[in-house]
Design a protein around this ligand. Sequence first.
Ligand SMILES: *Cc1c(COP(=O)(O)O)cnc(C)c1O
Length: 512
Amino acid sequence: MAQFSWDNPGMKTTAKSELFRELPSVDEVLRIPGVETLAAAHGIAPVTDAARAVVARLRREIASGLLTSSALQLALTGIASAIEGQLRQALGHSLRPVINATGVILHTNLGRAPLAKSALAHIRETAGRFSNLEFDIDAGERGKRDTHVDRLFRSLLSDGAISAHVGTAASAVQPEPALSESSEPKRQSPAEAASSVSTIVVNNNAAAVLLALNTLAEGGEVIVSRGELVEIGGSFRIPDVMAKSGATLREVGTTNRTRVTDYEKAITDRTRLLLRVHRSNFEITGFTEQASTAELVALAQKRGLPLMEDLGSGALVDLQNFGISGEPSVLDSLRAGVDIVTYSGDKLLGGPQAGLISGRADLVARMRSNSLFRALRVDKLTYAALEATLLAYVKRDHDAIPTLKMMRLTKEEIGKRADSLSAHVRSSKLSIEITNGESVIGGGAAPSSVLPTRLLALSCEGLSADEFSARLRASDPAIIARVEQGRVLLDLRTVFADQDPVIAGALERIAS
Ligand SMILES: *Cc1c(COP(=O)(O)O)cnc(C)c1O
């Protein structure tokens, strides 16, 4: 639509050009006292950038006919604070800390596992200066970046590592019985295999699966159960990753039932790998059947094929002791005789985003020499965080790992904190009830396992639950809550204890 009016065609254009004349230049703006103060505080260059952006915005508004002369005068009076706002936006971080009060421990949208303090310290110590990332200090020559964590994985995943499991109940986890009818003499026993376990690190578990499939099965077939063709949030789909790896997916069984004989019948001379995928984020219940790991191990050994398991979450401790069942640990899988296990660094392991590939040293060595490995490798920040996290496991200092600590919190401990938080909020507009509820692990782990918790169930006079939750998100730092049945629910399981007073303060402010 034309911007001028038929009644007085020349008027708008004249008015606009006058407004343009009233608009100060960037140089003039920089001489306004309030703006000079900003330049003294933040430096002339960023303030000039901000002034340029604000003036350009005003020019656009004039051009589109949005500004009258008096509106422009008003805007010019407040130009220093407009520039200050622009500066705050331009120089502030987009990635910011938030308070996770959802009770979802591994929340993919909220950055999954928070790092241990020792991991942060190790990043600070090694990343701000030079490090021996790929340098062998003793020999004075080039080294390998994976040596820093491979030794720790070796000790955590070796046969004796069962003691690394939490508590004494872990000793109840017995290795799968040795397989009797193995006709492959060159193949190691599960115990031997476990003692020569190697681990390499890539960017995330999706990359780990891609690298493993490409190395072991490019140009051949991989047998997978139809019940395990999973999609994990963030568009990780087994069939898609398989296609990118250059391997062909050979689906067997049905969605709800797959027997070991289904795998066996599908094996041809094109078969390179048997793949099991952990059903991380869903369950199939009812009329179901799944080949056991022991059956798949036996079949793989009989046919001389490697067996790989995409565990996804990959715990390094026995989660039975945390009241969580159905999450096999990496060690359980290796001890059962699985050749290659892939898992995430920032799920149950509680470390940085990474994809870990652990298993038979000969197969891992092939992956290491695949050129894809170079493309998917991780940087020193990841190695630093991972090394420190693994050291906490080696020291059995599980409470140092925030994810594990949050899983271990009891309903009573959380309830006490909820009581004390609620006692610190005195607003008649706010109604607080403390109720029983459930936290979840999230991050594609233990879909059916919930942890009993105590929830703060809140409502605020004059605000709907959605408005209330939006106000919480608008606090600084943003507080992310659940909304259920017209109430805002806060689960302190995922809140760091030193953030409880911050939440109390935000509630006071919102309800004042
Ligand atoms: C989470 C998950 C993935 C993807 O892992 P990322 O580290 O997010 O790339 C793959 N497979 C399974 C079974 C998972 O649970």
